[in-house]
Design a protein around this ligand. Sequence first.
Ligand SMILES: *Cc1c(COP(=O)(O)O)cnc(C)c1O
Length: 397
Amino acid sequence: MSHQPGRHFLQIPGPTNVPLPILAATAKPTIDHRSVEFGRLGREVLAGIKTIFKTTNPVLIYAASGTGGWEAALVNTLRPGDRVLMYETGQFASLWARMATKLSLKPEFIRGDWRSGVDAAAIEAHLAEDRAHTLKAVCIVHNETATGTLSDVKAVRAALDRTGHPALLMVDTISSLGSTDYRHDEWGVDVTVGGSQKGLMLPPGLAFNAVSDKALAAAREATLPRAYWDWEDMLAANRTGYFPTTPATNLLYGLKVAIDTLHAEGLDAVFARHARAAEATRRAVRHWGFETQCANEAQASPMVTAVRMPDGHSADAFRAAVLERFNMALGGGLGPLADRVFRIGHIGDFNDLTIAGALAGVEMGFKLFGIPYRAGGAAVAQAVLSGEPPAFREAAE
Ligand SMILES: *Cc1c(COP(=O)(O)O)cnc(C)c1O
């Protein structure tokens, strides 16, 4: 058996590092999911998770990866052949659109450049043209994990409101929930999809649907085939804290601790911590002389930074070398960005030194593996992380 001293640096944008108290909670003995004790746990997590989505409506919890949450959102609210408006922010938006096609929906996919977030004006133009209201849903990805762009959900809600369009608004928050501001009720979202293994700091295995009253009404009219994902059976069982099938009991133990952990730090403090790490990372990247995949600073993700590799250098070879030499996992490029970008995750359980260490590892990697760069990016990041005044930061660059 080989031993790697020190901690593994898991700097991918999910699955993220699981804090020890959460990990320990998942290691408790599994109990009877029809017991009185389980009902208490069920009621606690079903109530607690609402505070993370910022909703007073039900949140459904499935044993599934985030992709299951996408499917549940679509099959519970739509009919075969329904048109849905989707926006190509990157790989995850593309996969959701592909799923819609497989489910016999008709996605109208607004083409994007994989370097920016959703253009709400383009969505508004499509909605305005659809006077017959044949578009039944607008589906967007809040944080496009493949490219490191964050989209403005409120602006999309405003586009629906201004055009008076009745389509449902569905938002994938799989890599944003619990890491940056999100408000299911206040922002007028109908279905919010979440997952356990990113900002919620849990192992993979839970998917979430937060639902509005309008989404619940749509579910009564929807005719896409659904069985495991059926909201109705789930909601009926959830009323008393139980689940229609065997839930992921041990992940629910962890979820309870994860919710408490987020509130103990304070959601706003959690969001600020992510924003600071992201800013430090972007400043390091700029100093090194690299471009971020996100071309618009105002849409830069607080959770992940995708870095464009200089031409002629393989991002995957670089990542493999960093893993081998420094025991740090960086995210790879997805779809057309494969081998062209690497992604630095700054999401979930980390502190300033985690980010300082990760950026030092990236810079040491450039040096060791002969990637052309300007030295000192990690030091620039340190100035941000140590809270030096802005004037100092400018001077440092
Ligand atoms: C990770 C991710 C998904 C896919 O989730 P799985 O758990 O792998 O099914 C979907 N959307 C976004 C934005 C993601 O980051």
